[in-house]
Ligand binder design. Structure first.
Ligand SMILES: Nc1nc2c(ncn2[C@@H]2O[C@H](COP(=O)(O)OP(=O)(O)OP(=O)(O)O)[C@@H](O)[C@H]2O)c(=O)[nH]1
Ligand SMILES: [Mg+2]
Length: 335
């Protein structure tokens, strides 16, 4: 049905609060089918001028840290304050099991019942690069649709968090104490991109450990090179289960925006992300185009065979293939 609607009509419906159309427009944008590309592009062009009001917040952490529980608590807190909240839940395992996303969705049971909440599961299909392209565009749509806060939840399994940090204004790392790995994040480069580190499950017997972990982190954060000169990464504790420390987390988020927005820093973060993304996509496309050109493909195979049989040094192979591409490009441009 949506395929027969114009982009104008679709965007008008989204702005009107039509959730069914919003969900379908998101599917069009996520689609890899060429028949959806034109409509997706038109929708995004129309939406872009309306984008910029929503706060974009990333949440990451190891499996079981309590990200979903925290989002439920934080989401309800915001809804009770009169805000509209959207959650994009990226799940790397969903493409394999097909089911864990649903489990996640049902875990946020209270939020699911709220009209002012919108939860969108997104499979990451193994590699985040592919997902983040569409995820960025989904945040644009949700922003234009009038959501005040758009969360992106991602499981912390490797480099993917650093990519997600480039999709959001504010990045939260959720940890748990007691595993002796409070500082693991440093190794993975996550702490450097976090704007706040939240140690969850500060309840029952775990309270003291959590407070100790917070202090360890605070000290470490003072030594790390800050991400922005205007903002010192904070360390907080909370219990998502018991709903404690939640307001405090939001105060820190608001403080971040109050610090960064007046001097145009949030806008410049977003601009930088868009341009980086654009450049990456162009580079990816160009490389694919070049490698898919018949004569270059053939030359590359020959060069590869020669290098494999030691007839040609890898350095000379690089020269030969690059020279050919350079000449071909010059020729094509002049043509
Ligand atoms: N004691 C305690 N348990 C919690 C708290 N928050 C979450 N849990 C429990 O920890 C488990 C994992 O919580 P989730 O919210 O599903 O964790 P997650 O980080 O979203 O997990 P994945 O999506 O699988 O990566 C659940 O059994 C929760 O009930 C908390 O503040 N205190
Ligand atoms: Mg979860």
């Amino acid at each position: 049905m949506i395929n027969s609607m114009s982009a104008d009509k679709i965007v008008a419906e989204i702005l009107n609060g039509n959730r069914a159309i919003l969900a379908r427009a998101m599917t069009i944008i996520e689609s890899t089918h060429p028949k959806h590309h034109k409509l997706a592009g038109e929708i995004l062009d129309k939406v872009m001028p309306l984008v910029g009001k929503a706060k974009r917040i990333g949440i990451t952490g190891v499996p079981g840290a309590g990200k979903s529980t925290l989002l439920e608590a934080l989401g309800m807190y915001l809804i009770n304050s009169g805000l509209k909240v959207a959650i994009i839940a990226i799940d790397p395992s969903s493409s394999i099991s097909g089911g864990s996303i649903l489990a996640d969705k049902t875990r946020m049971t209270t939020l699911l019942r709220e009209y002012n909440a919108f939860i969108r599961p997104v499979p990451s299909a193994g590699h985040l690069g592919g997902t983040s392209r569409r995820t960025r565009e989904l945040t644009f749509l949700l922003d234009a649709a009038g959501f005040d806060v758009v969360f992106i939840e991602t499981v912390g399994v490797g480099q993917s968090e650093v990519e997600v940090a480039d999709l959001v204004d504010f990045f939260c790392l959720v940890q748990i104490a007691g595993a002796g790995d409070e500082l693991q994040g440093i190794k993975k480069g996550i702490m450097e991109v976090a704007d706040v580190i939240i140690i969850n499950k500060c309840d029952d017997d775990n309270k003291m450990m959590t407070e100790i972990a917070k202090n360890v982190l605070k000290n470490a954060l003072h030594i790390l090179k800050p991400k922005y000169k205007e903002w010192q990464t904070q360390a907080l504790t909370c219990s998502a289960r018991d709903n404690t420390g939640i307001e405090n987390i939001w105060d820190v988020v608001e403080m971040f925006y109050a610090t960064m927005e007046p001097n145009g820093k949030v806008a410049s973060i977003r601009k930088g992300q868009n341009i980086r993304w654009m450049k990456q996509q162009i580079e990816e496309n160009v490389i694919n185009m070049i490698y898919n050109t018949q004569d270059i493909k053939e030359l590359y195979s020959k060069a590869k065979a020669s290098v494999e049989s030691n007839k040609l040094s890898p350095r000379n192979a690089v020269e030969t293939v690059s020279q050919y591409i350079a000449e071909k490009l010059t020729y094509d441009v002049l043509k």
